[in-house]
Design a protein around this ligand. Structure first.
Ligand SMILES: *[C@@H]1O[C@H](CO)[C@@H](O)[C@H](O)[C@H]1NC(C)=O
Ligand SMILES: *[C@@H]1O[C@H](CO)[C@@H](O)[C@H](O)[C@H]1NC(C)=O
Ligand SMILES: *[C@@H]1O[C@H](CO)[C@@H](O)[C@H](O)[C@H]1NC(C)=O
Length: 496
């Protein structure tokens, strides 16, 4: 009897240690909408029995097996307003600004006392998940804890994340963040994209990487070398999908899990009754969590409110200043909107959005046509892809006015193709082998099970730039006829 109990206990112990791993998640970006994409994965891993620790700028929901280390990123209203100004900057200046911003996000996490005590504790982890956000210094978490590394990208594949897992990142093909083009690109687009990519590389090599290395040296107990850790991730989970981001070449080390965050949480009563009674249809207007609608100019706000008052539809506007003047009865304003559940409501007929990755994915999932007003980062490319799919119109932010917005609404509602194409895309997104959240969990466990699964990565990142662009081969081809010509002349001379 004693032996039976002992062996049962041993078996239970073996079983639990076989399935339960210690996982650390590091999510540095200051945007709540980015974290909303990652949080469900960390919660799901905890619910599967793993011991999960999450470092992020935002509090994670209280669930068992999950410890949340919150490191708020100081973002004030002024900074959030200045995000609109990014829109006026050219792609090169945008890249500079973003490299600075992401450096600040990297340091914010590393210098935190709670993070420091974790780094100096004797805790260990089997796997570290790091959000890629130009925060190469954070990849040292995996090295420090001698753990496997999985990357998480809240954006589609781009120059910034592709090469980290050995995916092809040719500028003729892949847009640079802030680029206003997507494949297929014409000559001018490829030209600008290539210049932007090389400029970003220049910034990285001469400023950004040395600064990231300095952060590692300053904040980690050991000075890990950036070049040793940069390309050692096992795989990347990317919040993209063919339904939102189109078809692109992916190595087996890039797993598309776009839509993993979509889950109905139930619509609060005030939104539900407002939408239920929208017999002519309703429109959702939200610029996301980073951009404040109330920061638009007074004149623009007045025009938009007047325009809405004359619509036969109802409108829900994420608007932070609740003392809005002359608010018409068909307009509901709220500081926070349950975006996914609103888009799921059958009376929703259009979505006015800045087109961050989360909102773009939700619009596609629910088959809602979009009026895209992109402002920064990947938003331009996200809108452009929806425009190419003919389920959206783009409205340049500089031109935003009541009249222009009204015209865009009319176009999207009166031309049936937008709604039909949105429905087609929605079907593509929903028809999957595995639910994207289950797929993400599967691959995280796969990496642990297969001791890092480093065989998934291609050797693409081993190539030097001149090998990648075949400069050496092209030079050889150019030189060979010349060498033959010289040899023939030499032989001719010798024979005469
Ligand atoms: C989290 O939940 C546990 C039990 O469900 C509770 O004891 C604890 O106080 C909660 N923590 C927070 C921060 O809410
Ligand atoms: C880790 O440190 C704690 C105290 O800080 C100690 O009680 C524990 O035994 C240590 N664990 C190991 C594996 O060294
Ligand atoms: C790369 O990661 C694996 C774990 O997946 C680790 O064993 C190995 O030491 C790492 N390589 C370097 C150079 O850090």
């Amino acid at each position: 009897m004693y032996y039976l109990i002992l062996s049962l206990a041993l078996l239970a112990h073996l079983n639990s240690s076989a399935v339960c791993s210690r996982i650390l998640g590091v999510f540095p970006s200051s945007g709540y909408s980015q974290y909303l994409l990652a949080e469900p994965l960390m919660i799901e891993l905890a619910e599967k029995g793993h011991e999960v620790t999450v470092i992020s700028a935002f509090e994670t929901r209280n669930v068992t097996n999950l410890r949340s280390i919150t490191v708020p990123m100081p973002v004030d209203k002024e900074e959030s307003d200045s995000l609109y100004k990014l829109q006026d900057l050219n792609i090169f200046r945008n890249l500079e600004v973003f490299n600075e911003l992401t450096l600040a996000c990297t340091e914010n996490i590393l210098k935190d006392t709670k993070v420091q005590s974790l780094l100096n504790s004797n805790e260990s982890f089997d796997l570290v998940i790091v959000e890629t956000f130009n925060n190469e210094g954070h990849l040292a978490f995996a090295k420090h804890f001698k753990a496997h590394l999985v990357l998480f990208s809240s954006q589609a594949l781009s120059q910034w994340n592709a090469e980290l897992v050995g995916n092809i990142n040719l500028p003729s093909y892949l847009p640079t963040p802030f680029s206003r083009s997507v494949p297929s690109m014409n000559f001018m687009e490829r030209f600008i994209n290539t210049m932007a990519m090389w400029y970003d590389k220049y910034l990285k090599i001469f400023y950004h990487y040395p600064a990231q290395q300095a952060l590692i040296n300053k904040h980690f107990p050991v000075k890990y070398k950036l070049e040793d850790i940069m390309y050692n991730a096992s795989l990347m989970l990317s919040c993209s999908h063919v339904s939102t981001s189109g078809s692109i070449s992916l190595t087996p080390s890039v797993i598309e899990v776009g839509g993993l965050h979509i889950k109905s949480k139930g619509l609060p009563d005030n939104f539900k009754s407002f939408l239920d009674s929208a017999n002519e249809g309703a429109i959702l207007f939200s610029m996301g969590s980073n951009l404040r609608s109330s920061s638009l100019s007074k004149e623009t706000i007045r025009e938009i409110v007047n325009m809405i008052a004359n619509l036969q539809y109802k409108v829900i506007w994420k608007f932070e200043d609740l003392d809005l003047e002359n608010k018409p009865s068909n307009l509901l304003i709220s500081k926070w909107v349950p975006q996914n559940d609103i888009l799921a409501h059958p009376n929703i007929i259009a979505f006015i959005s800045h087109c961050g990755m989360g909102g773009t994915t939700e619009a596609v999932y629910h088959g809602v046509p979009v009026i895209g007003i992109p402002v920064f980062a990947d938003q331009f490319a996200n809108v452009l892809r929806l425009v190419r799919m003919e389920m959206a119109v783009e409205l340049p932010f500089q031109q935003l006015s009541g009249k222009v917005l009204q015209e865009a609404i009319q176009e999207v509602l009166h031309n049936k193709k937008y709604r039909e194409n949105a429905k087609t895309r929605s079907n593509v997104m929903r028809d999957r082998v595995l639910e994207p959240l289950d797929e993400a969990v599967y691959w995280v466990e796969y990496v642990i099970k297969h001791d890092g699964a480093h065989y998934l990565k291609s050797s693409f990142s081993d190539l030097a730039w001149y090998q990648l662009y075949l400069v050496d081969v092209i030079l050889a081809i150019a030189v060979i006829p010349y060498v033959i010509f010289i040899l023939i002349r030499l032989m001719g001379k010798l024979l005469t």
